[in-house]
Ligand binder design. Structure first.
Ligand SMILES: C[S@@+](CC[C@H](N)C(=O)[O-])C[C@H]1O[C@@H](n2cnc3c(N)ncnc32)[C@H](O)[C@@H]1O
Length: 298
């Protein structure tokens, strides 16, 4: 709607904040009412009390495909295919449902697991075909299962899943996914700095202990001798910690963050920070999109 001369004059006057208040109030009330509606429905339908699971909006899922394509250097269509592949993996979903429904935490978790950002871990493993993946912070083992499912489809590679909670990893103790996983019950910094991990090397490191910036930096420092130039690091804390971005800059790596937009859920979403071997694109060259010859004289 075009502003009239009266609204223009009002907007420039000292009364502007008072006049705009009802509209501003209505805008924020609409948003909060929608969060309240979703919260109420979740309180009735879900049993989760931590590590929440949800779906992503369709456009956010498309952004996840682009995020994983960028950090792996593979075509977005290929990554979209891997995201579809894991969503339609009936055996994987059935495994999670059966184990969670029978486990000791069955009354405090949802048995139908929604992967959201975690599907990226699957897609990255399918695209990069790593020999050794390490996950710090396994909890029930949702991401561990996704990584293991991708390794099994690749036909090679193993996952080391670390958690200091002896009760953790209920999804990865038995069944097909456990056959490619080495569980470590212990501190993540100690595990990442161990001689065994350094000897094997790490192609993909997933940091999900969710502690603080100092702990994440300690994990990265411990893992550094095992990380080759092509290694990729994912972290679930980059939406509130700057540690992976700082570490990436210090080690001349690229950094990118994907932020979740949960569909029909009260949770604001988390995300994945990624540290990966990015090439510097060089200066802009007018009239040329040829990435192979950056800075070529025009
Ligand atoms: C956010 S949960 C991990 C979620 C999991 N990756 C998933 O896919 O659902 C964090 C886990 O990190 C573990 N943890 C926290 N600090 C740790 C540490 N210093 N060493 C090892 N595990 C740790 C906790 O026991 C917890 O199970």
């Amino acid at each position: 709607m075009q502003p009239t001369s009266l609204t223009r004059r009002l907007a420039a006057s000292p009364l502007a904040p008072v006049a705009a208040f009802p509209l501003r109030f209505a805008t924020v009330a609409r948003h909060n009412a929608s969060v309240l509606r979703r919260s109420g429905s979740w309180l009735v339908r879900s049993r989760e009390n931590a590590c929440f699971t949800y779906d992503l909006t369709p456009v956010n899922r498309e952004h996840l495909a682009w995020f994983t394509a960028t950090i792996t250097g593979r075509p977005v269509g290929e990554l979209r295919g891997y995201l579809d592949e894991v969503e339609s993996d009936v055996a994987l979903r059935a495994h999670m449902r059966e184990v969670l429904a029978a486990g000791p935490r069955r009354r405090t978790c949802d048995h139908l697991v929604r992967y959201a950002r975690r599907a990226a871990a699957y897609a990255v493993v399918r695209a990069l075909r790593p020999e050794h993946v390490v996950e710090a912070g396994a909890h029930r083992g949702i991401t561990s299962c996704l990584i293991a499912a991708a390794l099994l489809r690749n036909g090679h590679g193993r996952l080391t899943a670390v958690d200091f909670d002896p009760q953790s990893g209920e999804l990865i103790q038995n069944g097909p996914y456990a056959t490619v996983i080495d569980r470590v019950v212990g501190d993540s910094v100690a595990a990442l700095g161990s001689a065994e991990v350094h000897e094997r090397g790490i192609d993909l490191l997933v940091l999900d202990t969710y502690v603080d910036g100092r702990h994440e930096t300690a994990e990265l420092t411990a893992a550094l001798p095992a990380l080759g130039e092509r290694a990729v690091v994912l972290s679930t804390t980059s939406h509130f910690l700057g540690s992976l971005a700082e570490w990436s800059e210090h080690h001349h790596r690229a950094f990118l963050h994907f932020r979740e937009d949960p569909a029909e859920h009260w949770h604001p979403g988390e995300g994945y920070g990624a540290s990966f071997p990015g090439a510097s694109p060089g200066p802009f060259t007018r009239g040329s999109t040829d990435a192979a010859t950056p800075g070529r004289p025009g």
